[in-house]
Design a protein around this ligand. Sequence first.
Ligand code: TGC
Ligand code: FAD
Length: 392
Amino acid sequence: MSTIRYKAPDYFLADELLTDEHKLIRGTIRDWVNRSVMPIIDEANQKHEFPRHLVKELGEIGAFGPYIPVEYGGSGLDQISYGLIMQELERGDSGIRSIASVQSSLVMYPIFKYGTEEQRRKYLPKLATGEMIGAFGLTEPNHGSDPGRMLSKFSDHGDHYLLNGAKMWITNAPICDIGVVWAKDEAGVIRGLIVERGMEGFTTPETLQKWSLRSSSTGEMVFADVKVPKANLLQGVKGLKGPLSCLSSARYGIAWGVIGAAMDCYDTALQYSKERKQFNKPIAAFQLTQKKLAEMVTEITKAQLLTWRLGMLRNEDRATPAQISMAKRNNVKMALDIARESRQVLGAMGITGDFPVMRHMMNLESVITYEGTHDIHLLITGFDITGESAFE
Ligand code: TGC
Ligand code: FAD
C-alpha cells in the first residue's frame, strides 16, 4: 500500500529549501526503494535474511560514500544530499539504511579521513561500488556506552601487529570483507586498524534470532592473535576521538534516516484512517485519531527542519557533536513514537507484514540503542550545556 500511494508529508514546504539536485537525488533513491526494496523487504525481515543482492545496487545508485570525493569512487555530494539518501533508504527499512551508514560513515569516512593515500586507493573505490563490504568494530561484550574502556589490544611485532580481543553487535560483521577495528596499542592509546577477511585468527560469528533489524546482518568480530600488517594502521588519528568522529557522521545520517521511517508510518496511518470505517464513519473522523495524526505530522515537520539546519551547518563544517546528538536523540524517539501510534491506528492490521509499521517499530528499537543510546545522547547535551560531565 505505502509503496504505490506513498505521499511524503511536507507541511512547512521544506522542499523549497532544497536545490533541484537534492530533489533529483531524493527522487532517484525513492524510485529505487520502491522498485528494489519494497517488494522484498517484508519477506527478508520475516525470514531474518540479509538481502545481499541489494549491495551492488546500493553501490550503483551512489548510496555508498555520497560525500566522499569522486576521485576515490564517491559522489562528492553535500551533507543535505547524504541526509536525503539516508531518509529515503530508511523509508524502505532501517536495515538497508544501516548497510549504507556503516559503509559510508564508519568505513569509508575513517579510511578517507585518517588513512594513507595507499589505503584510500586500495579500499575506497571497491567500497563505493559494493564490491567490498565493510564493518566497524567499536563495541565490545563488556563495553558499549563506554568504548574508552575497551579491552581489545595490539602489540608491535616488527613488520606486523598482533591483534587480540572481541567486538560484539557489529553490523555487517558476518558478511564483511574488511573491518575498521578500534583497539589499544601497547601504550593504551586507541588506534584504528583495517582487518581483512582471511587473516588468520579473525572470525565473525553471526548474531541470530534478533527481533529487530532482521534484514541486517549482525555479528561478532573475534581476534585471536591476528597478524595485521603495519600498512593497515590508520595513521591519521589517535584516541577515542577517532571512532567518535566517525559516529558524528553516522549519527547525522541516522537523524535524517529515521524521518523516512516516520514519514512512511504516518502516511500509512493517514491513508488507512481515511479508508477504514467503524461506527459508520472513517476512523479519521474521530478526534482521537486526528490527535494522533496531527501530532505525528507536527513532530515530523520539526524533525525535518532540525535536520535541514544541521545539514547546512555540516556543509559549513560548523555542526558540533552535541548538536548531532540532540538531533539523533530527538528524531529517533520521534520516529519510534510515530511507529507505535501508527500501529495503533491500524488496529490488528498493524501487526501484519501487509503494512510496514510494525517492522519500522521493531527496527527503531535498535536505532534508539545503537550509535549511542537515547540516555547517553541526553547526557552529552547535559554536559554541553552545563560543562559538567555525568560520565566521570
Ligand atoms: P570523552 O572524554 O567525552 O571524549 C574523548 C575524546 O573524543 C572527543 N569527542 C568527539 N570527537 C568527535 N566526535 C564526537 N562525537 C566526539 N565526542 C567526543 C572528545 O573531545 C575527546 O577528545 P580529546 O582530544 O580530549 O581526547 O569520552 P568519554 O570516554 O567520556 O565518553 C563519552 C561518551 C559516552 C559520550 C562516548 O564514549 C559515547 O558516545 N558513547 C556511546 C558509544 C557509541 O555511540 N557507540 C556506537 C558504536 S558504533 C554503532 O553503534 C554502529 S550502528 C551502525 C548501523 O548499523 O547503522
Ligand atoms: P550498555 O552500554 O550496557 O547500556 C545499557 C543501558 O545502560 C542503556 O540504557 C544505557 O543508556 C544505560 N547507561 C549506560 N551508561 C550510562 C550512564 N553513564 N548513565 C546513564 N545510563 C547509562 N556497535 C559497533 O561498534 N558497530 C556496529 O556496527 C554496531 N551495530 C549494531 C547493530 C545493532 C542491531 C545493535 C543493537 C547494536 C549495534 N552496535 C554496534 C552496538 C551499539 O552501539 C551498542 O549496543 C550501544 O552503544 C549501547 O551499548 P550496550 O548495548 O553495551 O549497552
